[in-house]
Design a protein around this ligand. Sequence first.
Ligand SMILES: [Zn+2]
Ligand SMILES: [Zn+2]
Length: 148
Amino acid sequence: MKEKAAVATTELRERCRAAGLSFTHQRLVIYQELMAMGDHPAPEDVYERVRRQIPSLSLATVYNNIKIFVEHGLLREVSVHHGSLRLENNLEPHHHLVCTQCKAIEDLSEDDFEPIRLKKSLPKGFSVHRFTVEVLGLCRKCAAANRH
Ligand SMILES: [Zn+2]
Ligand SMILES: [Zn+2]
């Protein structure tokens, strides 16, 4: 799992203010841990890490704060149909490589694709927010395991 640079306190404070959220130490720890994790973490993974810093924190609280972050656009859900909530901390536009066996999710840059556009118009009234492509298959580990 690749680690990313910690989000600066001032940066989160700014994002909270822009979203109309109150800035708390709890939120800072949850957000920083989340943004530092690679591989589209599940809330349970975030909880495991946050708990090391704030042992009194409950999973429900972590869930609630994550939901608030998602609702206010500070982070996104990877996809609504994976059966479990997986969080997106890469805020750049990108696509996904999904392993159908172990559910690993990797980012694919927009540059890996031809520009995506619609050939004909969508059903009336649908307003497009973004395009996201999921390439489904087996990751190297799962493909190798299946061969044995
Ligand atoms: Zn896999
Ligand atoms: Zn992603």
